[in-house]
Design a protein around this ligand. Sequence first.
Ligand code: 3PY
Ligand code: MG
Length: 237
Amino acid sequence: MWQALANGYAAEICARQGFDWLLLDVEHSPNTLQTLLAQAQAIAPFPVEVIARVPFGEPVALKQYLDMGLHTLLVPMVDTAEHARAMVRACRYPPHGIRGVSSATSRGANFGSDANYLHEANDKVTLIVQIESTTGLANIAEIAAVEGVDALFIGPSDLAASMGHLGQPTHPAVVEAIATAKAAIDGAGKPAGIFAVNPEHARQSIAAGFRFVSVGTDIGLLISGAQKVLGEVRGQG
Ligand code: 3PY
Ligand code: MG
């Protein structure tokens, strides 16, 4: 479930519903680090995986999220293997990367009480890169082969836009491109994920072998719930 309301209450409510994972989206939602933290804290008691989508693929953003204890990151708009390698380095302490060190003040390291954190942190990270452009598609095999890229996630809306089909993520050409991308990810032996644009698309994606599939957004749930109750009361439902 995609958390776009940027709100700890909404995240807690969704965390109680039994989804496998929640994605805290900062790329397209009005989040600050503080609202992101509030959501992370709200859902921490629940058995749900948390993925955080950084607003852009720059090392500083990744460092702040990791320090906050958000160890599973989705990086949007990764178009090249070089960018993917830079994201891997951003997630790792030297000598394997460039992540800055401040474990005593970081939630990820239990505020310094996790004595092994510095030595185990690189292994705690799950880095997911998002393929959502024709350039990313052209380079997908090379990106998928990057060591430290743990999974790849398809963004159908941006992919459609990049292909000249803005607003048509289910255009046949986009569907075909997604199948090609999925085959390349499979070829690298890595898990493929996708943003499903509706429940039917989610079912089809799971049947096609996508391993992690969004099934909706908190905003969508609120809108459909509001429309349902209005329809029922006004007799249009
Ligand atoms: C896309 O479809 O472009 C995404 O990034 C999914 O949110
Ligand atoms: Mg996108």
